[in-house]
Design a protein around this ligand. Structure first.
Ligand SMILES: *[C@@H]1O[C@H](CO)[C@@H](O)[C@H](O)[C@H]1NC(C)=O
Ligand SMILES: *[C@@H]1O[C@H](CO)[C@@H](O)[C@H](O)[C@H]1NC(C)=O
Ligand SMILES: *[C@@H]1O[C@H](CO)[C@@H](O)[C@H](O)[C@H]1NC(C)=O
Ligand SMILES: *[C@@H]1O[C@H](CO)[C@@H](O)[C@H](O)[C@H]1NC(C)=O
Ligand SMILES: *[C@@H]1O[C@H](CO)[C@@H](O)[C@H](O)[C@H]1NC(C)=O
Ligand SMILES: *[C@@H]1O[C@H](CO)[C@@H](O)[C@H](O)[C@H]1NC(C)=O
Length: 427
């Protein structure tokens, strides 16, 4: 069935000549759930108001790195009603300098601009591109916002063919540049202060001021921005910018990090190896919520259950597991992160902005409130080790000398890169 879907999909691509304008009734042509892991060329990529990346393709949008295909008309009906809507040319999120909470998503289709705020089309839109972004040509390929200081002035960079147009948001001045070393972008994306030009299913990281392309380029979008199962797992997982779901290190100094269907294991010498979760932890399929090490076992939390595994060469589920989370740790799901520090007795659990404490020697176990996180609204994973506590948010982490300092902290410490500093990715 899968093969059939893939074959059908390629047939659709062949039939669906991008240069041929489509009638609005022609939606069926792209309707069989495109899979980004087939190597799609995205039409546009943008963050939404909450910083979730949206990938647009034909009538579909993928929300997040592992997102299912959803119809664009569900979230942005007016864009879909655009006459002859075939694909979105470009999309970007705009942060207003003076009002940082006011995040609009802009879509550009042919010569029209649609501006949304919280899924509502702003009054007066769609507008002609010459009205909103005077000096910018129509039928663009890509666009990306470039705030200060990444660009000298708060700008939007528009791409068409080999040309780029730098639009100054404040003065509306346009500077045209040729980014010689850069490929023609089919979409462009700013993510964690880095700039990516997507071309086909490949991407190149670029400097928004000079157009200079960095590092070993280009790379496969699927290896970095999609949760796919192809290609070299270790290299992909090492450098992925997708956040971790859970992380821990055991007493022998091995680190285990879980992400989607995969986990990475780093031994004491720093040798990294990726495998599927299903292969090593049979009973868990994917999407671990939290993991901690205690008494030489790995405790993994998923939904309302706790799974306890042996460490060592093979991982065996302990007798009696999985157990209900409520019974094992005295707390309801869904947990964001869990960790045990050097006292080896207390599990610290992060759920939303709350942090709880569970005494593993108590019976029955109970989670007692310990405090509220004031500086972070969402933690993805956390672990304790000889270097203190590491708290992972997105593809960065923060280091603290103790849990106390983490909870009581009044300012965020220096950010570290998960891919580079935990896994040794070279770019
Ligand atoms: C979106 O488009 C599809 C296909 O044309 C249609 O079946 C569906 O009802 C539309 N949904 C909305 C919310 O308009
Ligand atoms: C947009 O503006 C251009 C130039 O002013 C004009 O030629 C074009 O007809 C306008 N398009 C629409 C849809 O108003
Ligand atoms: C890039 O765009 C230019 C037009 O500006 C075009 O002539 C050239 O063929 C394009 N290159 C590729 C590889 O598509
Ligand atoms: C995958 O990456 C790892 C780590 O860099 C490397 O040791 C291994 O040879 C690679 N495997 C393949 C099939 O390329
Ligand atoms: C781990 O599992 C493999 C494959 O089932 C087996 O060959 C190996 O002996 C096991 N190792 C240990 C230490 O049990
Ligand atoms: C954490 O401890 C190390 C060494 O014990 C010290 O050098 C460092 O300044 C401490 N960091 C903070 C933020 O307190």
């Amino acid at each position: 069935r899968q093969l059939f879907t893939v074959v059908l999909y390629f047939l659709v691509i062949l039939v669906n000549d991008p240069h041929q304008k489509h009638d609005h009734n022609n939606h069926q042509s792209t309707q069989n759930n495109p899979d980004p892991c087939d190597g799609l060329e995205m039409d546009a990529v943008a963050l939404n108001e909450e910083g979730v990346p949206y990938f647009f393709k034909g009538d579909y949008v993928f929300k997040g790195f592992g997102g299912q295909a959803k119809m664009i008309n569900k979230s942005f009906p007016e864009v879909d009603n655009h006459h002859q809507m075939d694909h979105i040319d470009a999309a970007f999120r705009m942060h207003h300098d003076d009002d940082p909470t006011h995040n609009n998503i802009f879509f550009i289709l042919d010569d029209m601009v649609y501006s949304y705020y919280q899924y509502k089309l702003e009054e007066g839109y769609p507008k002609n591109i010459s009205e909103v972004f005077p000096g910018i040509p129509d039928h663009l390929d890509a666009a990306v916002e470039c705030p200060k200081p990444e660009c000298d002035e708060h700008s939007v960079i528009f791409f068409k063919g080999h040309d780029s147009y730098h639009f100054n948001v404040k003065t509306k001045a346009v500077e045209k540049k040729k980014f010689e070393s850069m490929p023609n972008c089919t979409s462009a994306f700013r993510f964690m202060e880095h700039y990516y030009c997507f071309h086909g299913h490949m991407f190149s990281k670029f400097d928004p001021k000079t157009g200079e392309v960095h590092g070993k380029q280009p790379k496969d979008v699927r290896d970095y921005f999609m949760r796919c199962s192809s290609n070299n797992h270790t290299e992909r997982e090492r450098c992925s910018r997708v956040h971790l779901d859970a992380v821990t290190s055991d007493q022998a100094g091995h680190m285990y990090a879980f992400r989607g269907h995969y986990f990475l294991q780093k031994d004491k010498d720093g040798v990294l190896k990726a495998d599927t979760i299903e292969h090593a932890f049979k009973e868990l399929h994917s999407d671990v919520e939290a993991v901690f090490s205690h008494d030489d076992h790995l405790y993994m939390i998923k939904d309302d259950n706790v799974f306890a595994y042996t460490v060592g060469e093979n991982h065996t589920l302990l007798d009696g597991y999985p157990k209900p989370l409520k019974e094992e740790l005295g707390i309801e799901g869904h947990i964001d992160a869990a960790f045990v520090c050097e006292d080896h007795q207390h599990v610290h659990i992060i759920k939303g902005q709350h942090i709880y404490n569970v005494d593993m020697k108590a019976s029955p176990r109970a989670a007692t409130g310990k405090g509220k996180l004031l500086l972070l609204s969402k933690v993805n994973a956390a672990m304790c080790g000889p270097e203190g506590l590491k708290v992972i948010v997105g593809n960065n982490y923060y280091r603290y000398n103790s849990t106390m300092l983490f909870v009581a902290g009044r300012a965020l410490p220096e950010q570290h890169r998960v891919s580079q500093e935990l896994f040794g990715c070279d770019h």
